[in-house]
Design a protein around this ligand. Structure first.
Ligand code: SF4
Length: 363
């Protein structure tokens, strides 16, 4: 699996903690050359044969048609695209038109993940998003007309000023656009974001009951509409599950390329320099931009597998739990939060909204 980080955004959303920046004076042509060089080198040195590619960011869809073409042509020199299960690209509404949307498909993108977040204008304003609800709907239609195999709509809940009714209408509008996949994320207040600062100052607040109500409403409406709730925040129509993300959740190796990207191969984790200019100059001078490496020990690996696996509808194998964890798992089953089979622990509907605190208890 290959993840490519494109760090550019037109403007910065106040809740976002990913490494990103406006393009400023960056030479995007040089950046793409560096990314292609890094891809070829890291694929060769790791022996990885990618089965999925995921272009995230940042906003990959804001690259110009010429830059997108250059990037894909470069990648195709070291990757056989006919062997890939999935090529996902993150996109924002209002960053592409009909012609660019057609180019995505032509270049080999099979799945587009659209960062829509909400269809309520006042909620989009709070989130600092640059698109309108109408532009979001038009983007979905445009992608569908190009023959895009799979379209995901990213949505967010528990946003300050968003009522349960706003959330219901957003979910209903999303469903009416007939995407093959919907992701519904609970807003988190990440350090070093403007929202975190507002939370710290008491200008914003969190409410667990409110979060749970929004979570359950999404679960109810989306499963009624035929979506499979296969991960805490993810819902798919049959055969449209994200194979890239499923690989990540199940602990498959992946290469993360570009500034700030993280890779895990075997039990070794590498992190690239989180600085685009520095990243480009490192690739140009020494051919790699890794600035942190660590070996994951067995215990850290077990904790990660529990935290990620519990989010999926398959749950976790009981072999991941120590004796105290197994006792706690029995209690969860008695409390109606989980189901225990002979081999697995699976959270049921009531428990899924509480996945993070439950995972913390089990480890
Ligand atoms: S949420 Fe997306 S569009 Fe907004 S700043 Fe982060 S990466 Fe950029």
């Amino acid at each position: 699996m290959l993840y490519l980080h494109i760090p550019f955004c037109h403007r910065i959303c106040p809740y976002c903690s990913f490494y990103k920046h406006t393009p400023g004076q960056t030479s995007i042509g040089r950046f793409i050359d560096a990314l292609v060089t890094e891809s070829a080198a890291r694929i060769a040195s790791s022996g990885q044969v990618p089965r999925t590619i995921y272009l995230g960011g940042g906003t990959p869809s804001m690259l110009s048609p010429a830059h997108l073409t250059k990037l894909f042509q470069g990648l195709k020199e070291s990757i056989d695209f006919t062997q890939l299960d999935d090529v996902t690209m993150e996109a924002n509404p209002a960053t592409f038109d009909e012609k660019k949307a057609a180019l995505f498909t032509e270049l080999g993108v099979t799945r587009t993940s659209l960062g829509i977040q909400s269809f309520a204008p006042h909620v989009l304003k709070t989130l600092g998003r640059e698109h309108t609800p109408e532009e979001a709907s038009a983007s979905v239609d445009m992608l569908r007309r190009t023959g895009m195999r799979s379209i995901n709509i990213d949505l967010m809940f528990s946003i300050p000023g968003q009522s349960l009714e706003d959330w219901k209408q957003t979910l209903q509008t999303a469903v009416s656009l007939e995407p093959q996949h919907i992701s519904a994320y609970n807003l988190t207040y990440e350090e070093d974001t403007a929202f975190f600062e507002s939370l710290r100052k008491g200008e914003m607040s969190q409410n667990e009951d409110h979060d749970a109500d929004h979570f359950h409403l999404a679960d109810e409406l989306l499963t009624q509409a035929g979506f499979d709730h296969y991960e805490t925040s993810n819902y798919a129509q049959p055969d449209h599950h994200s194979t890239h993300n499923q690989g990540y959740w199940s602990g498959e190796d992946y290469l993360g390329l570009g500034p700030s990207a993280v890779s895990t191969v075997g039990m070794v984790r590498h992190k690239n320099i989180p600085d685009t200019a520095h990243y480009v100059s490192q690739i140009e001078s020494i051919g790699n931009a890794i600035h942190e490496s660590e070996t994951i020990d067995e215990e850290a690996w077990r904790l990660e597998r529990i935290a990620l696996g519990l989010r999926t509808k398959e749950g976790i194998p009981l072999t991941l739990l120590d004796s105290e964890g197994k006792r706690r798992a029995l209690t969860l089953a008695e409390e109606g939060l989980a189901e225990m089979t002979e081999t697995s622990l699976i959270l049921v509907q009531r428990g899924r909204a509480l996945v993070d605190p439950i995972a913390a208890e089990l480890v």
